[in-house]
Design a protein around this ligand. Sequence first.
Ligand code: ADP
Ligand code: ASP
Ligand code: MG
Length: 416
Amino acid sequence: MALIVEKFGGTSVGDVDRINAVADQVAHTKTSGVQLVVVLSAMAGETNRLLDLGARVSPASEHREIDVLISTGEQVTIALLALALEARGVRARSYTGDQVRIVTDNVHGKARILDIETHRIEADLAEDRVVIVAGFQGQDLEGNITTLGRGGSDTTAVALAAALNAGECRIFTDVDGVYTADPRVVPNARRLSQITTEEMLELASVGAKVLQTRAVEFAGKYGVTIRVLSSFEEGPGTLISQEIDEMEQPLISGIAYNGDEAKLTITGVPDEPGVASRIFGPLSDAHINVDMIIQNVTGDDTTDLTFTVHRNEFAKAKEILDATAQVLGASEVIGDQTLAKVSVVGVGMRSHAGIAARMFKTLADEGINIQLISTSEIKISVGIADRYLELAVRSLHRVFGLDESPEHEMLGPAVD
Ligand code: ADP
Ligand code: ASP
Ligand code: MG
């Protein structure tokens, strides 16, 4: 019997009516004779509400307790769905992350899944139950509750699909697939019928929050096929797999953005071996992800180093960098919390020259100053002032032929 993992996000289980609608849908899918594991998020807004409660009793986030707090949202929805399914005569059982035993490392707030015990799930499936698992949470090796980072239910679903060897992982959300850009920002963005795991990984990692990056990483590593679908309307959605039909391959697959970046610059650092490692080592020890980096060597044997971090890690990163600056005898540390990042992603970059030049010209024509640039084989990202974010995304979407129209630009003959 085919095994399918289905995940429903926050809006899809946003209230009791939505839980009932999901129960109807799951009950219907179950009648087609499949084994079903369902992963749920908390109701939309609930994780934010819980975080806000925490912030109101303590300004310092004690990460262990925050995880105990915010993991409760998912416990509510899984129990409600199990009750709703039982009420429909469908046998179902819900499990929290620690009951399944989704084992993670101990980095509270952004834990990584290390292992999933599958025997309880398999026993229930063998008894023809729908198994409902709380997304976003696990347990570290000492038994502490952990959470997987915002949007982490996607990762729970894909990791379960990998561990159970499921045929497909369906991610039900509030859009009917992956688009060429966030449809909330670019109203005439197009739905992609297929996209490679590699491109989706880049898009997710630069801000397309339709899937959590770790989920796509798991899919790539374990060969899980994902389909992103709407839980509000029927449709084919977007298939994410290792290989896609070449005819479907556009030059650029999408534009993504992240409006919550921050920039830190340390100036007057002695220009000598080991300095970068002394700057970035303490940040890495504090589990702060550093993204774009630029270094300028000045005329006087010193160097200025600029890098970006997520805005909610800015304060911590600045504190660490201030301490490092003292030790290194650097001149000063300058912070800027008004940065945004816009990225263009497409495997077409491998075979087609000139994409970067076109991107930079588009931004120049709009009067947008580029502060930082980073690239990978299939992605170009730029850091810009956040007030230009929407303008940049829309202009790039248009220039790269992604706006909804019959003739969008496809991969033509490769340049050599
Ligand atoms: P869920 O609660 O179901 O996990 P999310 O809010 O995490 O849903 O993700 C869905 C949202 O992702 C959409 O509502 C959309 O605004 C946003 N999004 C960003 N980039 C894209 C994209 N390229 N394609 C589709 N949706 C996108
Ligand atoms: N409830 C969590 C969040 O809001 C996890 C998720 O929805 O995937 O981030
Ligand atoms: Mg999500």
